[in-house]
Unconditional design. Structure first.
Length: 201
């Protein structure tokens, strides 16, 4: 069953069971998909439907923050309940460790070497994280991985590595993501290979 068909079936089920909030939320999601398909004059794939549902969740998360900032916890709670209903149709969220590993893989696969390569890395990551991680969080981790480390932090990174600390322990000690640690260790090894190559020439 396609994701679109699941939405339709769950709307019908919510109507039969009298779950008004679930019915209304899923109808809104279904209408968002219908509008997009009419605009593009073609049926959407499951991945495209996931993209729409992800935007629906993002909009509600922003509303939750705004309502809480304004002291309207009642409205924030309603938005949060809607998020939970829609999220049930999205892929399983990535764990922090899984996301760090994907960021490190993305940097390696794209050959990124500086913050200027952010777009290239995000292009590789987007289809793999859509609906499974917040876009701002992913972008922040990529920025962190590609950023130049201060000299003292680079020295600490090298020292922890030589002492045999794991990537997770090093990340915790330096307050970096595991993806950033893997990236900078890789960059350090590449620089060392280059120096050795120059010395042997």
């Amino acid at each position: 069953m396609s994701l679109r068909d699941r939405l339709k079936a769950d709307v019908s089920a919510a109507m039969r069971s009298g779950e008004s909030l679930r019915r209304d939320v899923l109808r809104m999601a279904q209408n968002a998909v219908d509008l997009a398909e009419k605009r593009d004059r073609r049926p959407y794939t499951d991945d495209e439907v996931v993209g729409i549902l992800t935007r629906e969740v993002k909009t509600r998360r922003e509303s939750v923050e705004a309502f809480r900032a304004g002291g309207r916890e009642d409205l924030a709670a309603k938005e949060q309940a809607e998020i939970e209903i829609i999220s049930a149709f999205l892929p399983t969220p990535l764990t922090p460790a899984e996301l760090d590993a994907l960021v490190a893989q993305a940097v390696a696969e794209t050959g990124a070497g500086s913050p200027r390569d952010l777009g290239k890395v995000m292009g590789w990551l987007s289809p793999r994280t859509r609906g499974r991680a917040d876009g701002k969080q992913v972008s922040g981790l990529v920025n962190e991985a590609l950023a130049d480390l201060p000299k003292q932090q680079r020295l600490s990174l090298a020292l922890y590595y030589l002492e045999g600390l794991s990537v997770a322990e090093t990340a915790a000690a330096l307050e970096l993501s595991e993806g950033a640690v893997k990236y900078h260790l890789h960059q350090g090894r590449e620089r060392l290979r280059g120096l050795i190559g120059e010395g042997g020439a």
